[in-house]
Ligand binder design. Structure first.
Ligand SMILES: [Ca+2]
Length: 306
């Protein structure tokens, strides 16, 4: 696929994913970023995406936001993990993020799929709200994209409740629309992304010294959250791993599944994956990734000079 759009909710690991994708040599051309609420408010997610794209030297990439919130009844965002405005100690003011291209992310997605069709790869690292809205507005649109890779759901325990992964929990009704869209869909679940942790000390050894101050501000709350959870100064790279999987299918093992999700009640956001059998709407679930190859790619890309 020649073109890529990133649908995200920055968010600390989304910010790392944007930086990784923007610097990735040989990646398809980034034609837009769409944002939604999740890790932070919808408005901050949009500003944060603009800010990180500027940091990556890609200020010209259009950003389209969704300010309407999830399809599902609202729940608390994840600012307790990512920091009070979603990017750790970084504060993005209007000067740093002069504006977004449009406030209608789902229309932007529809137009982009109509324009590039099977040449378009959609990487999604947040709640599936924008994808679902696009599908509801224009049924069949997601199946016209070349591929969608979505980080979310879990085959085992969740990270926001015992049952649910955050992106799935935040907007389960949107996930149901995505799972039923018959798109060429690949899902990267929490049980795979959470198998990899990076030690804070390793991270700073492998990224350029001139970027340390930026990363210390970005990662401030994210590392502390993981330290409370895991007892060590480590963190997960959920969203950058989704970028790697989308760009390196030969380093990924996946299985065809049928998927559904519980949309309400105590188990809200619990994803259910089973053998597809004769059921329609099957897609692929990632089971395993070459983690060492990913980490080399991630750090070498972040360290690459323009
Ligand atoms: Ca995210």
């Amino acid at each position: 696929m020649k073109f890529v759009i990133l649908d995200c909710d920055p968010g600390v690991d989304d910010a790392l994913a944007i930086l990784y994708l923007c610097r990735y040599r040989g990646a398809p051309r980034l034609v837009g970023v769409t944002t939604t609420g999740g890790n932070t408010s919808p408005r901050r997610a949009a500003k944060n995406a603009v800010f990180i794209l500027r940091r990556a030297g890609k200020a010209s990439i259009p950003v389209a936001s969704d300010l309407r919130g999830p399809l599902s009844p609202p729940v608390e965002n994840a600012e307790h993990v990512h920091g009070p405005e979603g990017l750790g100690r970084l504060r993005v003011n209007e000067m740093d993020a002069p504006g977004v291209h449009s406030a209608d992310a789902s229309s932007f997605l529809i137009q982009t799929v109509e324009r590039y069709g099977s040449d378009l790869l959609i990487m999604a690292t947040g709640p599936a709200t924008n994808l679902a809205r696009a599908e509801q507005t224009c049924p069949g649109i997601l199946a016209r994209a070349g591929q969608i890779v979505w980080m979310g759901g879990a085959s085992g325990p969740g990270n926001v409740t015992p049952w649910a992964e955050f992106n799935a929990y935040f907007d389960p009704m949107a996930v149901r629309v995505l799972f039923r869209s018959r798109a060429s869909l690949v899902v990267l679940p929490l049980d795979v992304t959470s198998r990899i942790t990076v030690e804070e000390s390793t991270f700073y050894r492998r990224v350029p010294a001139e970027d340390h101050r930026f990363y210390r501000d970005l990662l401030y709350h994210y590392v502390s959250f993981h330290e409370r959870l895991l007892g060590k100064r480590v963190f997960h790279l959920h969203d950058p791993l989704a970028i790697f999987c989308a760009l390196n299918p030969s380093c990924v093992w996946k299985e065809e599944v049928y998927g559904d999700i519980i949309v309400g009640g105590d188990q809200r956001g619990k994803t259910i994956f089973e053998e597809p059998g004769k059921k329609k709407n099957s897609f692929f679930l990632i089971k395993k990734v070459e983690f060492a190859t990913f980490l080399d790619s991630f750090f070498n890309t972040l360290a690459a000079q323009d």
